[in-house]
Design a protein around this ligand. Sequence first.
Ligand SMILES: [Cu+2]
Length: 329
Amino acid sequence: MGDFWLPEAASSIAPEVDGLFLFVTSVSLLLLAGVTGAIIYFVSRYRRQHPGERPAPVKESRALEISWIVVPTILVLLVFNWGFKSYVKMNTTPSGTYEIQVRAQQWNFLFEYPNGVTSDTLYVPEGEEVKMKMSSSDVLHGFYIPAFRVKYDVLPNRYTSVWFEPTKQGDYDLFCTEYCGTGHSDMNKVVRVVSQNEFQQWLEQKATPKDIPLPQLGERLYTQQGCQGCHSLDGSRKTGPSFQGLYGRTNHKMTDGSSVTVDENYLRQSILKPEERIVDGYQNVMPGSYSSLSEQELSGLVEFIKEQSDKDPPAGDAPAQAATGQGAN
Ligand SMILES: [Cu+2]
């Protein structure tokens, strides 16, 4: 049933939500059919038969009046009762629920698990109640998983939460549902429901080893810190310039007409004080909050960006070509 016109139902609350939805829809359709039928019947039955015909006076029908008061009242109360119960259930987190932090920012979701592991994909165990504790570091975002039938706003300066119990393994969509800027339509993630065993394994395997090489640390930060929402690695243009082939460029143009050579110090300054030099063709929208990154994290990011050049060494005039290529996107 679910697959025909509703998204797959993959959480414990989904059948309840769908049941109510189907009930309201079918009652509405029945009423629509009844009212339309009555209109058509009356139009033909009571049409004027000959000129000068005067309709007979209408007599009240107590039975009719009572029924169109009582029947809708019962329907409304039924729907209210049903909906209210589900609503209370959805909004009361059971105690002892496994908690995952959700951080939303333009234009990325980051998921953080109790053991400190962070992830770009939301992993959740099948058959376990999970709570999302959500906050935003900039503007209003929305957290929506159609297959779970949960949707809630994510606000700056305060926590909101939703909970659900996934009932079916697989990959599902997660969307941002508040228009939050130019990258909004890219703010999609995957929810991966796995067995409890797989979930534990994944968590352990993701736990950060202490001495991780700098480029790997950088790669991790690239997703965790949301750089990926604005900077691609494949040369495509997003809100910010791609990191592909960035390092080592000479004659890199800024909006003030100056040009720079992209070395480690330029990268470092671009992350710490993005507002000081704006790359030509882009706007000053990179968050200033990265100045709180640690020295090691900064080096990690710089090394990671450097690696993006090794993969695809730019030719002498690559910047110009890259720029036109980006424009066509
Ligand atoms: Cu958003």
